[in-house]
Design a protein around this ligand. Structure first.
Ligand code: HMG
Ligand code: MG
Length: 302
């Protein structure tokens, strides 16, 4: 089965780093990722610069990256102000974002779930009028750092409301990386009754080391679209305890060896991660990256 990969490192990864990278470094990181041949790269977020200073140069990054025709360059957009900025920056796709937990949503975007969906109504219709595809995130789809376990029915409800607005795709976020395969199966069992499987993307964080197991479980249930970040960077500043996204290197390795067909090239992703690791001044969290560094070439075939 073909699997679509959305690289979220430049957005989800960099939003959670205490070290704010220079615009030039971000541009080099995105350009290095482009070389790897992704279907989509989430480049930045047009959110409040006071809330997320790490991404306040979103316009400049979009202006300076070298775009490849086969890659969609997307960004988070929380409201109409964000959409105006995104349109000026000529984004290829936008992502609106809400949650299945009221408390998390309030901390993240200062609105209830219902208010955030109302906010998206004009944003989604304007984007679609401009032929810009729209993703809708449902965060805290399994566990919330404030409310604990989230009922799958709540996730289905929010996903359906987003689809009614007209979004093309739903990304289901395990924001704090606490889900296990049985919970993934329980949610997908319910979600797939209401949402076409080709509209669902899974977005796993890897706090407790279960992200790859969750990816493989989703794949076995027919899901063919995943978010990941080069070197496993990532986390949400408004979700205490959120660690990195599943590392793209680990995702490519596990899915390719399971028989899936993926576009991004492992070696080129590793090269982009090398660049990021030296810019952040710390090692990155990917088991495959660690295993392949210094391994003889015969051991490197994914
Ligand atoms: P608000 O806090 O309700 O305040 O914003 P506001 O709407 O009254 O605006 C406050 C100030 O921000 C005003 O400026 C606005 O103009 C400005 P002032 O008048 O004080 O000078 N402002 C903006 N500036 C630039 N661009 C904008 C914008 N909007 C307002 N778009 C808002 C609400 C949502 C904007 C804010 O709370 C916010 O930006 N929050 C950041 C949320 C965020 O980025 N979270 C991390 C991403 S979500 C995530 O990581 C989860 C995910 O990965 C999936 C998963 O893992 O589950 C996607
Ligand atoms: Mg995330």
């Amino acid at each position: 089965m073909k699997v679509r990969v959305t690289e979220v490192g430049p957005r989800d990864g960099l939003q959670n780093e205490s070290r704010i990278l220079a615009t030039e470094t971000k541009v080099r990181f995105v350009d290095a990722l482009s070389e790897a041949g992704y279907e989509e790269i989430e480049v930045s977020a047009f959110v409040s610069p006071e809330r997320v200073p790490q991404l306040q140069d979103a316009e400049e990054v979009f202006q300076r990256i070298q775009r490849r025709g086969s890659t969609l360059y997307s960004a988070l957009v929380p409201n109409e102000r964000g959409l105006e900025r995104a349109l000026r920056a000529k984004v290829g796709k936008i992502a609106v974002f809400t949650a299945a937990s009221e408390t998390f949503n309030r901390k993240n975007v200062n609105a209830s779930i219902a208010e955030s969906i109302e906010r998206f109504r004009p944003v989604v219709s304007a984007a679609l009028e401009d032929s810009i595809p729209v993703r809708g995130y449902v965060s805290t789809a399994f566990w919330c750092p404030y409310e604990g376990k989230i009922a799958p029915e709540r996730v289905v409800e929010v996903a359906r409301e987003l689809l009614e607005l007209g979004v093309d795709e739903i990304s289901i976020g395990d924001t704090i990386g606490k889900a296990v395969p049985s919970e993934v199966m329980a949610l997908l069992d319910r979600l797939l009754d209401h949402v076409d499987q080709d509209r669902i993307t899974m977005h796993f964080h890897d706090t407790y080391g279960t992200a790859i197991a969750n990816v493989l479980t989703s794949y076995e249930r027919g899901i063919a679209s995943f978010d990941s970040s080069a070197g496993g960077v990532g986390g949400c500043p408004f979700a205490p305890g959120a660690a990195g996204n599943v590392a793209t290197e680990d995702l490519i390795w596990a899915l390719t060896r399971t028989g899936a067909l993926l576009k991004p090239d492992l070696d080129r992703v590793r090269a982009a991660s090398d660049l990021l690791a030296s810019a952040l001044g710390r090692p990155l969290r990917s088991r495959v990256r660690e295993a392949l560094s210094g391994a003889p070439s015969g051991a490197k075939e994914a």
